[in-house]
Design a protein around this ligand. Sequence first.
Ligand SMILES: Nc1ncnc2c1ncn2[C@@H]1O[C@H](COP(=O)(O)OP(=O)(O)OP(=O)(O)O)[C@@H](O)[C@H]1O
Length: 632
Amino acid sequence: MPSREARKSLSWYLSAFRFNIRILFRIVGLLRPYWLWAVAAVLCLLLATGASLAVPKLLEWVIDVGLRTGNMSDLLLAAGAILVVSILRGVFSYGQGYYSQGLSNLVGYDLRDKLYNHLQLLDFAFHDDSETGQLMSNMTVDIEGVRNFIPFGLLRAILALVYFVAITVILFLLDWRLALVMMAFIPFMIFFTSRVGVHIRPVWLAVQRENGILSTVMQESLSGVRVVKSFAREEFEIDKFDKQNQLLRNYSLKAMRFMAWNQPLLLFALNVITVIVVWVGGIAVIDHKLTIGVLAAVVQYALLMATPIRTFGFMINWLMRGLACGERIFNILDTKPKIQDAPNAVELKEVRGDIKFEHVSFSYQKGPEVLHDINVDAKAGQMVALLGLTGSGKSTLLHLLPRFYDVSEGRITVDGHDVRDVTLSSLRRNIGLVLQDVFLFNATIHDNIAFGVDDATREQVIEAAKIARIHDFIMTLPDGYETWVGERGVTLSGGQKQRIAIARTLMLNPRILVLDDSTSSVDMETEYLIQQALDAVMKGRTTFVVASRLRTIKHADQILVLENGHIVERGTHDSLIALKGRYARLYDLQLRDQEEFEERMVQHDGTQFTRAAREEHEFPEREQIRQREVTR
Ligand SMILES: Nc1ncnc2c1ncn2[C@@H]1O[C@H](COP(=O)(O)OP(=O)(O)OP(=O)(O)O)[C@@H](O)[C@H]1O
């Protein structure tokens, strides 16, 4: 009866084996669309193997027949046959390399597409939890791992197996006693290979994981390079990268150490056994029980056995690496987006824009509830402004409308349709978004504005840019609309980026607008332009806006004041001021100085301010308001 420990470890091995086999079958399944390539690769592989295995047999014939009879024509025939077989072997080896590499590239291409498409479909919740660097590493290093596994792991495994079985059969046909001696090698091979396989698999998983972390470190410090430099933390970042790089190097070296041991041990065991074969065979030749030709062929085949053995040692590494990479890729592919079309979802057509939040509560994944029993009734064309301290849940509320996340309780309707009952594409097509963190693509201004619309004309783009009050600025650039916006739009200011984002949203001509308008850090002139752009965009559309500008808030049909995820006050500007509650206090604290400044702005020509006027406006009055708030 095996001990409990042994049983436990046996069952662990079995379940690990089953798990690996499942991944292996899934990787093999990736070959299905290219089965002809796979068949061609295996066929070439078999023929190349057959050709190389024929050579020792021909050699035996040369020795035992050609040399003994001294017949020149027999010798020439044998030499010619060896030449032809060698040429064939070269041709088939080329075919095998061509088809197996082709196959691996085709599978790599497919897998990259599949993974990328899936990443595009996965919801916000998945991306909230994922690191960009890990995903980049999945897309590159892991796919390479699976791709390389096909020629170097899978096809070589077949090659090694075919070689091994064929040589064994030939050895038995040549001399079964010597073949039996050779078979003593098999237990060594199984022992060494499985040991290496078991140990190297977690090491490769660690290598892939650390690779992902390294990508994350790199991606973060490069995209945050301005923060790094402004805090003079270059040394810290270099050190962080170096530590992670060392970790990756150590794991890679560990994997190589396992590898490096495996092959020499296997080859040593094979050589010892070959010596025994020569010794046993030599005695048989001396006793005239065996011809020299047969012994020479047996020794040749024993030496040829080194090829599959070397391949086994090598292939186990690619196999385990491929399985580790496959596991990471399939983990993503198996993640189902939680936000997707219901089976009987309908198209949202001819949207009027009536929006209702009915008893909506929401929490992120397993976190605490951040919105509690939210009720909003926005009629088509109305503007709803959200106001509240930071972290009160304003952005979260906006994100529920286009179904970036699904409500935990209650429902949200557009024209009476629950947003979960309509198709995501039709819902999002009708909702224009300008979010807090404006993201521009590494493309021209034209392409950035036209992003949501296929085949948008330059006229349409210019029209949108004019409404968004960005056209005049674009025309001052040497390349105009063809100006290349750098990665993340770094060549533009915050206010310019925001207006391009507004133009991009305008291109969609949506009936519903969601604006997370928190660009409070721009200068007054830009602020004025953004305000004009927003006014133009909101006209005639149902708008939900997180507003920091008084004009927006004052003109809202409904103002919702949020506090810790609750709507604590609602109404129009005047009714809420009269209420003298939280809104009135926020107004005093944040907005009143804007109003007074706007009044003065009208006296100046609306857009131009002197620095003195701005300072005179901003500091003393804001200070007085704060004083009022403190003494209240
Ligand atoms: N992706 C997320 N995962 C988990 N919690 C989140 C996530 N986004 C926001 N939260 C939490 O939800 C709460 C509400 O955040 P939200 O961003 O909606 O506030 P906000 O009012 O828009 O703040 P701000 O004015 O600063 O943008 C906060 O406690 C925040 O920590």
